[in-house]
Design a protein around this ligand. Structure first.
Ligand code: BG6
Length: 289
């Protein structure tokens, strides 16, 4: 690693190469595989992000937990034909560009991925001059910002910060802030309107048309996590519930109870069209309130 790491950040090799952050304000881990934040624990709180104990930690495989990056398409894309699911960013090897820690204990880590390092057959028609940058600012809050820099040609892409949150019991958890938003239910393909808070009684997989902040109100743990965002027009809410959990090989049969995904995304009719040379930013900021 060419970058000199400051006090509070160390390189780790296990479970995959990455960085461990340990400052007076927070502890966390970031993995170069997928440019993925794996954990974040602000001082005085339990860990905020969830990871499966069945996660596969293999180079080139998605990791089940933390904040996987969805790019350049969501799911299998608008036409449902693209693979691998959720695109190549979460399975690619990212490079470290910068790592700093302020005297107050704020760690800032910047990773990058250039499409020239992605095999042409995986790139799905994108040119080889697109640069992705991930900036992670970690202290009592966690801010994750995905920056896309177009090269010499216009590009279009879908994107998402697929954040897994730890909750005490999903059946006693609600998501506020999405009241009256229109959402596409990915399970029946239809559009609905949200009334009140989102609560969980079955598999939930929805794309809400909303840029508003949300709160994850966790009655069992007695805590509320606030998620605000910039540059994202939609919020995905996902819990696989029982059968889907059993069908996923990297997800424990009962783990659906302790997690919920709340994702900042731009997908389908909110697909990003970025002119040559332009830059697009999307960020999510997470705080225990
Ligand atoms: C969510 C999707 O964003 O990701 C779900 O809305 C999907 O449909 C989930 O099941 C997990 O995807 P994956 O590829 O990580 O298993």
């Amino acid at each position: 690693m060419d970058i000199e790491l400051p006090d509070g950040i160390v390189a780790v090799e296990s479970p995959l190469p990455g960085l461990r952050i340990d400052t007076p304000t927070a502890k966390g881990t970031i993995c170069f595989n997928g440019g993925q934040v794996l954990s974040w624990q602000p001082a005085g709180h339990e860990p905020v992000l969830w990871s499966s104990v069945h996660s596969r930690f293999a180079p080139g495989s998605p990791i089940r937990g933390g904040i996987p990056l969805v790019w350049p398409y969501f799911g299998n894309g608008a036409e449902a034909t693209r693979t691998p699911q959720h695109g190549f960013a979460r399975t690619s090897q990212w490079s470290l560009r910068d790592a700093t820690v302020t005297p107050g204990g704020t760690a800032t880590i910047t990773l990058c991925l250039n499409t020239s390092s992605v095999p042409t057959e995986t790139r799905g028609g994108l040119p080889d001059d697109v640069e992705l940058m991930l900036q992670v600012v970690m202290d009592a809050t966690l801010q994750v910002q995905l920056i896309v820099q177009a090269g010499a040609s216009e590009i279009t892409f879908e994107e998402g910060l697929h954040t897994y949150f730890a909750v005490g019991d999903i059946t006693k958890t609600s998501i506020t802030g999405l009241d009256q938003s229109a959402y596409e239910d990915r399970l029946d393909g239809r559009c609905h309107t949200q009334h009140g808070a989102v609560t969980f009684t079955a598999q939930t997989d929805r794309i809400h048309d909303s840029a508003e902040p949300v709160c994850i109100v966790d009655e069992t743990a007695g805590r509320t996590i606030q998620v605000t965002k910039v540059g994202s027009a939609q919020t995905v809410v996902w819990n696989p519930w029982i059968e889907k959990s059993q069908a996923m090989t990297d997800f424990g049969d009962d783990e659906w109870r302790q997690m919920v995904c709340v994702e900042a995304v731009n997908v389908r009719d909110r697909t990003v069209r970025l002119a040559a040379g332009k830059r697009h930013l999307m960020s999510q900021t997470i705080e225990v309130i």
